[in-house]
Write a protein that binds this ligand. Structure first.
Ligand SMILES: Nc1ncnc2c1ncn2[C@@H]1O[C@H](COP(=O)(O)OP(=O)(O)O)[C@@H](O)[C@H]1O
Ligand SMILES: [Mg+2]
Length: 238
């Protein structure tokens, strides 16, 4: 069984897929076999008569993971809602045992598997079962991604507090500039957070112009900006 990291966020649209893909391509470039998983993806558009899980496909491409997309993303849902309610409205039953079986298969075959959540820790996969519960059952250490803007301090500290209440291990957090221009809050968040939490800031990522055109960032782009020693420490724990 390889190492697994759960990439969660303080919200939807904060850069979880961006960070997970960057980490996946970096690890792949370093010669690791990288597995990926997106247990449920909601808001999938239809393509050729099938629901297309954009995040899962991006994760697969960045990592080079050979698993079929049905395993990487077992639950593909059309409505842009929390997976529990998107599934309920589509008449789909999310089966945690099935997720665990697929997870075991993927993580067993890779040195490092990255699992991307949906939204944040308290988003429900089942009506009374959240991503935090899944991370707890699988004993997954977390990377928490936050959009670096006004509000990030509260969102991040609440997420870290909840992780701690659940007994989840947090490797650290990433501050991601998804907005331009840089706000005063974005310039000062890192310093404020350092006094509020013991969790390390693993990276502060700059805003990229024409982000869509830059999906294929060179692996070194992340290596230069990431506290890489934390990944080595997780990999060496195996
Ligand atoms: N550093 C960045 N600079 C510019 N745009 C970004 C950056 N990080 C993410 N984005 C954009 O923000 C949007 C949300 O990012 P995404 O990784 O899909 O978030 P999540 O997975 O948390 O929903 C995407 O359109 C993505 O291209
Ligand atoms: Mg995503």
């Amino acid at each position: 069984m390889g190492t697994v990291i759960f990439i969660t966020g303080v919200d939807t649209g904060v850069g979880k897929t961006f960070v997970a893909c960057g980490l996946a391509s970096l690890l792949r470039d370093l010669g690791y076999r990288v597995g990926v998983m997106k247990p449920a993806e909601a808001g999938c558009a239809e393509r050729d008569g099938e629901l297309f899980p954009e995040d899962a496909v991006r994760l697969k491409e960045a990592s080079g993971c050979q698993e079929p997309i049905e395993n990487i993303c077992p639950y593909r849902l059309s409505e842009p809602l929390a997976p529990s309610i998107a599934a309920e409205r589509a008449g789909v039953k999310i089966d945690i045992d099935h997720l665990l079986a697929v997870y075991n298969e993927i993580s067993a075959q890779h040195d490092m598997t990255l699992v991307e959540g949906a939204g944040g820790l308290m988003v429900p996969l089942l009506p009374s079962y959240t991503y935090a519960d899944l991370a707890k059952v699988l004993k997954l250490p977390l990377i928490v991604v936050a959009a670096n803007r006004l509000g990030a301090i509260n969102h991040l500290v609440l997420t870290l507090e909840h992780a701690s209440c659940k007994g989840l291990r947090v490797l650290g957090y990433v501050l991601n500039h998804i907005e331009s221009p840089l706000s005063l809050a974005a310039e000062t968040n890192r310093e404020v957070l350092a006094n509020l939490t013991a969790a390390p800031c693993l990276a502060e990522l700059p805003f990229l112009e024409n982000m869509e055109a830059k999906k294929e960032l060179p692996p070194d782009w992340f290596k230069e900006r990431l506290e890489f020693s934390f990944i080595e420490s997780v990999l060496n724990r195996r």
